[in-house]
Design a protein around this ligand. Structure first.
Ligand code: ADP
Ligand code: MG
Length: 768
């Protein structure tokens, strides 16, 4: 039935995995779950689906009628791999399809379906047993993306479920799971008995065919690595023998810039048209891929890269990476410069696989997608900037950012390996071995451990999972925090009383924030508050906006014996500073005398009005960096909401807002309370069982409040006050309130355990 062209036949025979076809198929027949480990380029992604197809999987009249589903962490790979298999399986074109966000070629004839992991996660929500499939292949498992890890856990359970279903109903066929990985990065979870109940799955290893790659470290690590890449590639093209070049960069902007520069530098480039289009982040889109996002967050982590490079004992250093001169490319040789990133149109992506015309050097500028997902033929030289774009999370606030950072040593080695596919190659690392040793981690940590747990729980709930705590994670996050996250989500209305995801829950998952703040954004349009709510969320999500009073050095030294003029001046200036400080905070409190949250909002909005930001921060006792960050977050959230629904926020760029009305002020306080609904405490005297106080409080910060959701499980019936009560933090606006005016309830954003001291109390920081 299968007819392949002679050329394809020959290429296939050269792939290491083809020699293992029988071993792989036997393992799949004999086991529910099989792991395939083989180096990048050994043929896993293109060949394993074809082995299965030829064995009858996906054929409606076979014992395994369901489709062959194969997941990829990136869209580029899903589409181009489907295309490649389509070309290889010449005779059965209509059997192969792909599905990515907003684009699908799936039909009733589809037998092999390539898709992103996000797509399969959503399918599980609608068809928990994945009845459409007879086998699921989870590819690139070594990347340990959160989606991949979740799928491995989920599908391993579905495999068991299908086995028992098929025992009861002969119409239902079992499901197979194949996990494919380019490295041994997955070995840690193969032994996990929670994940694979009947023992570790068999692993079929495919011998890689890898030629030696010579690694050249740079002597210095330049901060402007795009510029550095430009110079290295230019020199390399002039001096290096023929062979394709692959340059690793971090994102679309860098790539398009460098494509342009290289084309300008070499007038003898072949003409080509590569129109890039800029991506906008919208909340209605499922999560974009990290490399797609150009959010313009500055990164200061490389400020010190120069220092360590001067070390003498840098044994790998080559003399300024001079290229060897034997047999250089003819001076006349042309270049073909091609970009490769996720948002590139499919037909442009596929150009990297076309052989370049004679006497033309292929130069591919790629994101991480070329690290293991795609193998570009003919690459002999790799230029590795050592950087990659990573999704970062702030654990407390859930704020996501996309930062350029150093890759891991494992990634660097994968990148270098791309030069040794067709013959011996060279990898030019644009960083020194000292930086590599000092700053590169062995492996990147699995994404699931870096994400805020609420996000993970929300994702699992979106698949209709009942018991998140029992979920077989390959690398489990902390169980207690999973349970807590589930509770929080139900308080916020994201989960129904039965623990199922609600419409609110789906809405919350659209924002790159902790669900508390997302909650504020979903209700914050009431009373025309949207622009204020966005600013409020940005302010609450940014730590240390105010310079605390104790950092001002206001305390007077002990009175000296001789009181000099200098002492007097110092005293006076302290008094002045103190009154300026009080004045600033008085201004921040002008909308509310009881709310720290509104103080933050007022400060951020005042900052937006200020003509000179540095002067304003200095005079008004604000941290400039925190204000800049909060403003950036504010703009990003504004654009996101506007793009998703323009009527909610018609003017996203307006940051200087008029003062909010009384109604708006009280609405904003209500939104905040809704987000911290589980963190409300009642004045001790109003509690149904008021506790005994050891002494009468003299200051507001000594007045106990009792959380409505207890903070500690106490075993004794008469627990110590410090175990069950919270107190107002000295930095809170409420700290100086006369005791008789203290509010009945306080809402707090976080608790801080007081350092053990003579006064044994818990202190809570309150944002009321
Ligand atoms: P693995 O998944 O093990 O990394 P692949 O199956 O992706 O390996 O690739 C096997 C081989 O097929 C590689 O040598 C690669 O160059 C080749 N290949 C993949 N896609 C294409 C394509 N679109 N055009 C030409 N060759 C391709
Ligand atoms: Mg692959």
């Amino acid at each position: 039935e299968v007819a392949r062209s002679p050329e394809i036949q020959e290429i296939r025979l050269g792939l290491p995995i083809v020699a293992e076809e029988q071993k792989i198929m036997e393992a799949i027949y004999n086991h529910r779950v099989v792991v395939i480990w083989g180096a990048t380029g050994s043929g896993k992604t293109t060949q394993v689906p074809q082995f299965l197809y030829e064995a009858g999987f996906g054929n409606p009249s076979s014992p395994n009628p369901g489709m062959i589903g194969i997941t990829q962490p990136r869209r580029v790979a899903a589409v181009s791999m489907a295309n490649r298999v389509c070309d290889e399986l010449n005779s059965a074109k209509e059997k192969i399809a792909y599905q990515i966000r907003f684009d699908s070629s799936v039909s009733s004839k589809t037998a092999i379906k390539f898709m992103t992991d996000g797509i399969l996660i959503r399918e599980i929500a609608n068809d928990f047993a994945l009845l459409k499939y007879s086998v699921i292949i989870i590819d690139e498992a070594h990347e340990r993306s959160a989606n991949t890890d979740i799928l491995i856990g989920m599908v391993s359970r579905i495999v068991d479920l299908r086995a028992s279903m098929s025992k009861e109903d002969a119409q239902i066929k079992p499901l197979k799971l194949v996990i494919m990985s380019a490295t041994l990065r997955i070995s840690d979870f193969l032994e996990n008995p929670n994940l694979f109940r009947s023992g570790a799955p068999p692993m079929v290893q495919v011998e890689g065919r890898q030629y030696p790659v010579t690694i050249h470290f740079a002597r210095k690590t330049q901060r402007d690595y795009v510029d550095e890449a430009f110079h290295k590639v230019c020199r390399g093209h002039k001096k290096l023998p023929p062979g394709g070049m692959l340059v690793f960069l971090t994102g679309q902007n860098e790539i398009t810039t460098l494509v342009k520069r290289l084309k300008e530098a070499f007038s003898n480039t072949e003409a080509s048209q590569t129109a890039g289009h800029k991506v906008r982040l919208t909340a209605s889109d499922a999560p974009l891929e990290t490399e797609d996002l150009e959010l313009g967050i500055g990164d200061s982590r490389y400020d010190d890269v120069g220092e360590v490079d001067e070390e003498e004992d840098d044994i790998f250093v080559e003399d300024d990476q001079e290229f060897d001169l034997e047999d250089p490319a003819p001076a006349s040789s042309k270049i073909r410069v091609l970009p490769l990133y996720s948002q590139l149109q499919t037909k442009d992506q596929l150009r990297v696989f076309e052989p370049p015309p004679e006497n033309t050097r292929l130069i591919v500028l790629a994101t991480n997608v070329a690290e293991t997902s795609l193998t570009i033929p003919g690459i002999r030289y790799v230029f590795d900037t050592g950087r990659g774009k990573e999704r970062k999370y702030d654990r407390l606030t859930g704020v996501q950012s996309f930062e350029v950072g150093w890759i891991s040593k494992a990634s660097a080695s994968q990148r270098a390996g791309r030069a040794g596919r067709t013959g011996p190659g060279h990898c030019y690392r644009l960083y020194s071995s000292a930086v590599y040793e000092r700053d590169f981690e062995e492996h990147a940590e699995p994404e699931i451990l870096r994400m805020p747990v609420e996000g993970v729980v929300l994702q699992l709930k979106s698949m209709d999972l009942q018991h998140v705590v029992n979920f077989p994670f390959p690398t489990p996050p902390d169980r207690r925090s999973l349970a807590q996250a589930e509770k929080l989500l139900s308080y916020l209305g994201a989960l129904s009383p039965e623990g199922k995801i609600t419409d609110v829950g789906r809405e919350l998952s659209n924002y790159p924030l902790s669900p508390r703040f997302s909650k504020m954004l979903t209700i914050g349009h009431q009373h025309d508050c949207m622009p204020y709510t966005v600013a409020l969320v940005a302010a609450l999500a940014t730590p240390s906006i105010f310079i605390p009073e104790n950092q001002l050095d206001l305390s007077a030294p002990p009175k000296p014996e001789i009181y000099t003029t200098a002492d007097r001046l110092a005293d006076e200036s302290r008094t002045k500073l103190k009154s300026a400080y009080n004045h600033a905070h008085h201004l921040y409190s002008r909308h509310s005398s009881t709310s720290d949250a509104l103080k933050l909002l007022t400060a951020l909005c005042a900052y937006a009005h200020a003509p000179s930001k540095p002067t304003f921060c200095e005079q008004m006792f604000l941290h400039p960096k925190a204000l800049a960050e909060a403003t950036l977050l504010r703009s990003q959230l504004s654009s996101l909401i506007h793009n998703n629904n323009p009527s909610l926020l018609p003017n996203p760029h307006q940051l200087d807002l008029p003062s909010p009305s009384k109604t708006q002020i009280s609405a904003l306080q209500q939104f905040t309370a809704a987000a911290f609904i589980d963190q409300i405490a009642i004045h001790h005297s109003l509690h149904p069982n008021p506790p005994d106080l050891p002494r009468t409080p003299k200051r507001a910060i000594d007045v106990p409040y009792l959380p409505l959701f207890p903070i500690n499980q106490t075993r004794t019936s008469t627990p110590d006050l410090t175990e069950i009560a919270v107190f107002i933090h000295p930095s809170s606006i409420l700290a100086h309130t006369p005791i008789k005016d203290l509010p009945t309830y306080i809402v707090y954003s976080h608790l801080q355990r007081a350092a053990p001291s003579t006064i044994s109390t818990n202190e809570s920081e309150t944002k009321t």
